[in-house]
Write a protein that binds this ligand. Structure first.
Ligand code: GTQ
Length: 345
């Protein structure tokens, strides 16, 4: 690879003349824009300890009333991007949100897609376009682009969940905005949750709903049972993994980020393929050791970590007798749609 010229090689008066006309020479930046062989991601492999962040989140509950915060969230920011950018990777935003008993985070809708992985507590719910979705540990709840959503809490202890949004991408596209709304009327019955029957979808008057987001809540109890069944059925199966999908189309549940549940058998090490998208790992149950290139992270329950794209990573369950369960989010749907997805094995 040949070295190209530096900006300092150019005479100062020439550089000044370019700047005056909003012109920039390409060649000093060409290798940075198009590095050889693989990208040079800003995204760093980094982990956030739940035990360490929880007291700060609880303290935020004392310092800032919900009326002032609207959403009481500590953002899991990747220093590789600069903390102020509030992004975990190029396309992924992560936040830990706290709702205290009796609190209400008012209704709004926005262009970025959001998903919530429930970490702790009982009795809270998110209402998405009128569908009341109970929040129990390990549940995945979608609030896709443009859908009204608000959070309420009838329980008696704090509820905490992990927000996963494609905010950095939508913001970068200059397409990010929100609209405030009125408290939603809750639809009677089970509503869209009838979709939770695997392999069957409602077909009133011989038509499917045709909704872009027919299923909004993916209960952990069902995902966990499905993983355990897969593991028992196929003792030789390496990656015991499920993808959260749109049950009407079989496509990823959302357009930009992908969501998955993974089980590691006791003592199992799983080497992941080297792929272009960045990934997020969150421990729902048990523990996991994540190795990314030369870095190691020992994740306990409720800990979260992210890895850049094009990196070699492996996951290990350190327990000799208990399985561990992970929630994974990644940028695969985005990379596939853009035609830049790569799997280098
Ligand atoms: O709960 O609606 O972490 O709008 C960031 C923006 C959560 C939410 C976040 C949001 C929300």
């Amino acid at each position: 690879m040949n070295e190209l010229g530096h900006i300092e090689d150019l005479p100062a008066d020439y550089r000044e003349a370019l700047t005056q006309q909003n012109l920039v020479p390409l060649w000093p930046s060409l290798r940075g824009l198009l590095p050889p062989g693989k990208p040079q991601p800003r995204t760093r492999a980094i982990a956030w300890s739940y035990l360490a962040l929880r007291p700060l989140l609880i303290k935020a509950g004392k310092l800032t009333p919900i009326e002032k915060a609207e959403r009481r969230v500590l953002v899991l920011a990747n220093p590789g991007h600069g903390l102020e950018k509030m992004q975990a990777s190029a396309a992924i935003y992560l936040g830990m949100q706290l709702l205290l008993p009796g609190e209400w985070a008012p209704s709004h809708r926005h262009t970025p897609n959001a998903a919530r992985m429930i970490v702790e507590g009982e009795g809270a719910y998110t209402t998405v376009n009128g569908e009341k979705c109970p929040m129990r540990r390990g549940d995945l709840i979608l609030t896709p682009t443009g859908l009204w959503h608000e959070h309420g809490h009838d329980g008696d202890k704090p509820v905490i969940w992990l927000d996963v949004l494609d905010l950095p991408l939508v913001y970068y596209m200059e397409a990010s905005y929100h609209v405030d709304g009125e408290r939603q009327a809750i639809k009677p019955g089970r509503g869209e949750s009838t979709h939770a029957t695997g392999g069957m979808v409602p077909t009133p008057m011989f038509e499917r709903s045709g909704k872009a987001y027919p299923m909004l809540r993916y209960p952990w109890a069902e995902a966990r049972a499905a993983l355990e069944t897969m593991a028992a059925d196929q003792p030789g199966l390496e990656a015991i993994q499920l993808t959260y999908i749109n049950p009407e189309t079989g496509s990823d549940a959302q357009n930009i980020l992908g969501f998955y549940a993974l089980m590691l058998r006791p003592g199992q090490t799983l080497r992941l393929p080297v792929r272009s998208p960045a990934m997020v790992f969150h421990v729902i149950e048990g523990a996991a050791q994540v190795t990314v290139e030369e870095q190691h992270f020992a994740l306990a329950e409720a800990d979260t970590c992210c890895t850049p794209g094009y990196s070699a990573a492996s996951l290990r369950n350190p327990s000799a007798d208990k399985p561990s369960f992970l929630f994974i989010a990644d940028e695969s749907p985005l990379h596939r749609k853009l035609g830049v997805f790569e799997n280098r094995g």
